[in-house]
Design a protein around this ligand. Structure first.
Ligand code: MG
Length: 203
């Protein structure tokens, strides 16, 4: 499986990092070794001194597809969950300055904690979902999917023009504003529509 991630999919977050609002989605990937499950602790890596949290809604792909039209894209994911797109912001900033790829900042081991997944049919409206990240019991990021720049269907359609989606692939759909640093000892809790799905420590 692979992790496909979307950058700058909430306008307020694009602004907070002084990035333009994208006209086409910003895409990057993480390998399967990035996935961290079961609320296991995240171990702070030695190569960075500025790891940021990015809470995101994650789609789980349920069947193989390429060149998917937006009209049929909803058939390609059946469950959603929460994930944290951990980012070595110091490395990313250096690479962005030079126009270099982001992999070292985004794709490192365990950089993608994911929660359990919930059937999307359980939600009345996928475009009015509240989600948030608490760090040490204080809400640091809060988002609502009504503010997505590119819908889940638009993302699936766009990505599948370039990369075949396979069953089990995960799509991180972008973070709302409020990204910031984590430190060793922090407790992270992620909520989707009030249900706590992520609950782990930085070690
Ligand atoms: Mg992100």
């Amino acid at each position: 499986m692979k992790v496909i991630a979307i950058g700058r999919n909430y306008a307020e977050h694009a602004k907070e990092l002084n990035n333009p609002i994208p006209i086409i989605p910003v895409i990057f990937m993480k390998p399967d070794t990035a996935v961290l499950k079961d609320n296991k602790p995240f171990y702070y890596p030695e190569f960075s001194t500025d790891i940021h949290h990015e809470i995101e809604i994650v789609l789980k792909v349920c069947k193989e597809g390429k060149h998917i039209s937006e009209k049929f894209a909803a058939n390609y994911y059946d469950e959603i969950g929460l994930g944290v797109d951990f980012t070595a912001r110091d490395i990313q900033s250096r690479h962005k300055e030079k126009g270099l790829p982001w992999e070292l900042a985004k794709a490192f081991d365990n950089s993608a904690p994911v929660s359990k997944f919930i059937p999307k049919s359980r939600f009345e409206n996928l475009y009015n979902l509240n989600f948030k990240l608490d760090v040490n019991d204080k809400t640091i990021q809060a988002g609502n999917t009504s503010n997505l720049l590119f819908s889940f269907e638009a993302l699936i359609s766009f990505v599948s023009q370039y990369v075949t989606l396979k069953k089990g692939d995960l799509i991180f759909t972008g973070t709302p504003q409020g990204v910031g640093s984590v430190k060793i000892g922090d407790h992270l809790a992620g909520y989707l529509e009030g249900e706590k799905l992520l609950d782990f420590y930085v070690r």
